[in-house]
Ligand binder design. Sequence first.
Ligand SMILES: C[S@@+](CC[C@H](N)C(=O)[O-])C[C@H]1O[C@@H](n2cnc3c(N)ncnc32)[C@H](O)[C@@H]1O
Length: 274
Amino acid sequence: MWRQARDQLAAAGNASPVLDAKLLAQHALGLGALELAMRENEMVSADGAETLTRLVERRLTGESVARIIGEREFYGLPFRLNEATLEPRSETELLVEMAIAGLPERGHLLDLGTGSGCIPIAVLANRHDANATAVDLSSRALVAARENAERNRVNERLNLREGSWFEPLPKNGRFAVIASNPPYIASSVVDTLASEVKDFDPRLALDGGPDGLAPYRLIAAKAGAYLLPRGRLLLEIGYDQGVTVSQLLVDGGFVEVAIHQDLNGLDRVVSATI
Ligand SMILES: C[S@@+](CC[C@H](N)C(=O)[O-])C[C@H]1O[C@@H](n2cnc3c(N)ncnc32)[C@H](O)[C@@H]1O
């Protein structure tokens, strides 16, 4: 069933042909992993074979398996993706862990640039006492975030708002923790990224302006006004942005500014307190 797909992918230099072929076959044929394993020597219907061929062709253009099947796992939970959502990255799980640990009892989290909703949904799924508000400029991304919140049964504690950064929030809104994984790639660099990223992740989710720092400047300047006393700001960063983003936060009046590394030893999150 899936071996021909594996051979095509392997011949094209795909790094994980067996896994990719099995996942695409499951999706094309509507089978679970166990069913695929039990029925792998059966003949595939003409329709199923044609669907699988089309999915393999898409994978060969560089589109990720998650984008093709419209779903991926993040922090152990399933997330639907659409054309407006960034594919959640495992590196972002560090930000989630820090938000889970940093939220006080019954604390309220704000997530700026929520995309699929992966950050607040993963936090709420692990902190049943907490609430969250999440903002995105893209109404289509919020459609996916809403669906993901329902699917992971946290929708009653997640308030989704459409607009730019702090704009859609009430002026008196105050949060215990503000988290964000904003777009942080310099505009000129976006087009040089791997095809899997630049051709399939939405530009709005990647492009951080001329030097990649525009969202950090805005968040550093405004976040203090939306945090409770001793509130925490958690920002995901590119591996080489730690020092610059830390300085922006110091300039914005934050204290206890610290840089945290991900499992690969790369700078990944800057935290600060107001
Ligand atoms: C790097 S993605 C992160 C998505 C998600 N939080 C994650 O970690 O996978 C940045 C997100 O910021 C959103 N965004 C871009 N500009 C924005 C703005 N001015 N206001 C609010 N959200 C914005 C994008 O639509 C995108 O969903």
